[in-house]
Design a protein around this ligand. Sequence first.
Ligand SMILES: Cc1cc2nc3c(=O)[nH]c(=O)nc-3n(C[C@H](O)[C@H](O)[C@H](O)COP(=O)(O)OP(=O)(O)OC[C@H]3O[C@@H](n4cnc5c(N)ncnc54)[C@H](O)[C@@H]3O)c2cc1C
Length: 391
Amino acid sequence: MRTTVGIIGAGPAGLLLARLLHTAGIASVVLEGRDRGHVEGRQRAGILEQGTVDVLRAAGAGERLDREGLRHDGIELRFARRRHRVDFPGLTGGRSVWVYAQTEVCKDLIALQLAEGGPLLFEAPALAVEDAATDRPRVRFRQGGTEDVLECDYVVGCDGFWGVARRAVPAGSARVFERTYPYGWLGILADAPPSHHELVYARHDRGFALLSMRSPSVSRLYLQVPEGTDAGEWADEEIWDELTRRFETGDGWTLERGPVTQKSVTPMRSYVHEPMRHGRLFLAGDAAHIVPPTGAKGLNLAVGDVVTLARALVHERDTGSATLLDAYSATCLRRVWQAERFSYDMTGLLHRAPGATPFEDRIQLARLERIASCRAAETDLAEAYTGFPFG
Ligand SMILES: Cc1cc2nc3c(=O)[nH]c(=O)nc-3n(C[C@H](O)[C@H](O)[C@H](O)COP(=O)(O)OP(=O)(O)OC[C@H]3O[C@@H](n4cnc5c(N)ncnc54)[C@H](O)[C@@H]3O)c2cc1C
């Protein structure tokens, strides 16, 4: 099999790249290791930045998003039983975010790709990227029990943190920056109307909690838990009780409960692989970088990468110049490091590290007070949350 751009992975990065290339008239093949149901059902991110929404609309994938997505003009910070709302449009000159789940973004892009785009092969895991540093890179993959080869002009690894593409980069050509955190997020999906119309980020002496939502009738809630926690250790009622404690305010606010339909633990990690290119192999999305989810940046970073890459591939096709492709890694990394910084700051601001001292607790509260009382500090948060510009 032969194509112009071989894409490994049908997460948001791979699917959107295939769509952008298709609309620009560049052929691609997407190889996805899992089946369609798995990809469409995997609960992950839920916050889309303004720039991401604009890109999805321009790519023809905004119809359901516009109908079912929830525009959010702010978030609430909750600490010391107090509430402080951060008003995004007022602080950023009109920017907002949208609540529209990653599962739905993937469903929309898969439907478009199958109806109009190039081949999208499910249950076709890539085994290795070969000859990445030559003009004829190849992807070895398996489908239906047999091995095959996809020959390409370019290969893009959109295969997430655990994929195979990154392994094709020789260790001596890359530098990795990494930090793990001594806690994770226990996340639940519940058939309960959201108890607040915007996301609530709570800092509590017992740990962080986040109130989010998927729709007007489905809540998504998270609790900070120790690293290595098994979701099964927590009974549903225990989760609700703990959420209630951490969201407690002094004004009688209550948390709506409902049947828990899904429960899982997400570990927290910061990770950057530099550069995001080796020869004709490009890395995009989680294959190149990971952020802790506190800043809601993972999916949005993946979108920024593939927008930058699609532009560069179109530029190369139209002008014969590889300038933008050569700049791909540096262009993306500027935005990636800003998102890494913001995600790290938000995580440190709101989570309680094991063994945190009373001094550190007071510093956290002082940082929150500063955001609540200083427009410059609040604007910095609002600008970062609603999104850094694409390169
Ligand atoms: C459990 C979890 C919870 C998260 N929660 C949030 C959140 O609440 N908020 C937030 O902003 N972000 C969250 N994220 C991050 C966000 O979901 C990711 O940043 C986003 O999915 C990145 O998209 P991607 O396309 O780069 O990678 P992925 O979505 O990981 O997609 C990679 C795809 O490649 C496929 N693949 C892997 N290996 C191969 C192979 N060898 N061959 C073929 N296909 C392969 C995978 O099956 C997958 O479909 C979460 C991530 C995880 C893992």
